[in-house]
Design a protein around this ligand. Structure first.
Ligand code: ZN
Ligand code: ZN
Ligand code: ZN
Length: 256
């Protein structure tokens, strides 16, 4: 079963271009250098899973003409991954039902605290988003997609990456524990954090991302969550065979 991934956003928390910046990447007219906040849509046979709801969610959904969601999966509770949560209300209108969201215990707690109004009993007119939070502590099937949470370390914070059949999405990480490396065997496609050139305490940089991609050994690796430090063309040129930067709007399919 081939898995389709659409990159809704491939940027870091600031997005690219960055407000007030005149660097070559921010001024570039290559559309692949315009990055909204990191998010993907994962699809197979009528099932559509959204990963994270960043502040650019509405524009991403419009751009990709997304009309239905099966569920939302959260990687963690940082603002660049959750602050577009209100735009999920569109799916309450379209689907006339409460939308199911999944994540780890801490993320569920943070979402229910910060966006309490989204988790109240459903409003018949859908005047507010109406969501149901579920804690994920192991693999779960959504139709043909087997979703496995992959715990990774984002600095000191343990968050979730996700595996979808033969595809894995690991954004915002500094280290992968041995127990999670075991969940990343025999991948067709890996989507991996690649923040910038310089080292960072809670993210991997280009050098670390290339090394980690080689260690995991997927057939193909796409990099995401990039800052304006990284221009698409110059990064693409120097990456090893089997690796490429992703860009907003890119669609890929796994071998299945
Ligand atoms: Zn810039
Ligand atoms: Zn983060
Ligand atoms: Zn982030």
């Amino acid at each position: 079963m081939s898995v389709r991934v659409r990159f809704l956003g491939t940027g870091s928390s600031a997005g690219t271009p960055q407000v007030g910046c005149d660097c070559a990447v921010c001024r570039s007219d290559d559309p692949r250098n315009r990055r909204s906040r990191a998010s993907i849509l994962v699809e197979a046979e009528g099932v559509a899973l959204l990963v994270d709801t960043g502040p650019d969610l509405r524009q991403q959904l419009l751009r990709e003409n997304v009309r239905a969601l099966t569920a939302v999966l959260y990687t963690h509770f940082h603002a660049d991954h959750i602050n577009g949560i209100d735009d999920l209300r569109a799916f309450n209108f379209l689907q006339k039902q409460v939308l199911d969201c999944y994540g780890d215990v801490r993320t569920g707690k943070e979402l229910e605290e910060r966006f309490r109004y989204c988790f109240l009993p459903p409003d018949p007119a859908w005047a507010k988003p109406s969501l149901r939070m579920h804690h994920l502590d192991g693999p779960r099937e959504f139709g043909p997609l087997r979703v496995t949470p992959v715990p990774v370390l984002h600095g000191h914070l343990q968050i979730f990456g996700y595996r979808f059949n033969d595809v894995a999405y690991l954004t915002d990480l500094k280290r992968i524990p041995e127990s999670s490396m075991a969940l990343l065997q025999k991948l067709d496609i890996l989507i991996l954090d690649c923040l910038r050139e310089e080292e960072h305490p809670t993210h991997i940089n280009v050098t670390e991302a290339i090394a980690l991609a080689k260690e995991i050994g997927a057939r193909y690796t796409y990099f995401t969550h990039m800052t304006h430090d990284l221009g698409f063309a110059s990064l693409a040129e120097r990456l090893p065979e089997g690796m490429a930067p992703a860009y907003d709007g890119l669609q890929i399919r796994s071998a299945g």
